[in-house]
Design a protein around this ligand. Sequence first.
Ligand code: NAD
Ligand code: IPM
Ligand code: MN
Length: 351
Amino acid sequence: MTHRIAVIPGDGIGPEVVDASLSIVADAADEYGFSIETTRFDWGSERYVETGAMMPEDALDRLESFDAILLGAVGHPEVPDHVTLHGLLLPIRKGFDQGVCVRPSVLFPGIESPLRGYGAGDIDFVVYRENTEGEYADVGGREHRGFPHDVAVQSAVFTREATETVVRAAFEAASEREGTLTSVTKSNAQAHSMVFWDEVVDDVATEYPAVAVERLLVDAACMDLVRRPEEFDVLVASNLFGDILTDIGAQITGSMGLAPSANVDPDGDYPSMFEPVHGSAPDIVGRGIANPIAAVLSCSMLLDDLGEGDAADALWDAVSAQLDDPGAPRTPDLGGDAGTEDVTADLRSRL
Ligand code: NAD
Ligand code: IPM
Ligand code: MN
């Protein structure tokens, strides 16, 4: 069996962590008897500086036939972020209807949480983030530029279809996990969109009587992810809230360098895209110290999506064993002094 993966290393540490993780994926393919054919697309901010576009006009056509997409990161200190993100990452998520973003937060053995008293597995939840609309809808505009009455309008958009899709995916996950779903909103202040979201949760909940539903306002959810993270199992939230919650999830489980994600089209019409939660980390780019683990775990999610569950587990287990080994190399974000290559070589030896 050959799986075709489109690889977009992107900017900053993106290529560093993508190259590292692909070497591990290649080992897993050998070990588990399948093959991976990768096609690399050098799209990103350097291309933008040279040509005025992050990716070619037919980019989505070129990506569509792949079985999955692996993305490093996008973002360059010399190009405005709204240009780079609206030129590459967001058009793929939206254009491929990747309405469900799955972001696990797991406290691995051997990792010290900045929260006191938490050990391996005590924090283990997954955020289901709406991924194509909400606060990220490209609806709005600017008027009266250059005048004192300059104005900006940015409208959030919530459709029943996209909301139901992510909520249902979260209920499915909760059914297979511990049976608890936390819906995170801001219904007290945003009486249109978030009350609508609550209604959709009510409707879908009738299909999942065994799942207990908790509702939290997003400010309280941020507080509780720090105060009682052990109580969360599955969270579901809008695009922006999910973005914010998952950075908290990454930090309380040790590092941005450990947090993976999957952008999924639940209908399977388009390839799903896998990427670390972190960005291009310009502060450490080129120093060889980026933690590759978020990308490796994203590859584990990718392999799972391709039906290679054993290989996916092998990657996840290799990471877990490495983090649990006090003698294993660690990058500086985890308090060590090893480099990306040391961590990668060690993971390969454990596979
Ligand atoms: P960031 O995630 O790039 O970095 C935040 C901090 O975490 C930095 O100190 C960085 O060094 C550290 N960090 C991140 N990943 C790490 C890793 N693998 N190993 C070790 N340390 C790591 O977030 P930022 O600084 O807010 O954003 C930088 C750029 O990335 C911006 O242009 C932003 O728009 C973009 N961004 C892109 C994505 C994406 O492509 N998915 C995600 C977030 C941010
Ligand atoms: C993420 C990132 C992106 C997002 C940005 C870079 C547009 O922060 O994947 O978490 O907000 O989705
Ligand atoms: Mn983010």
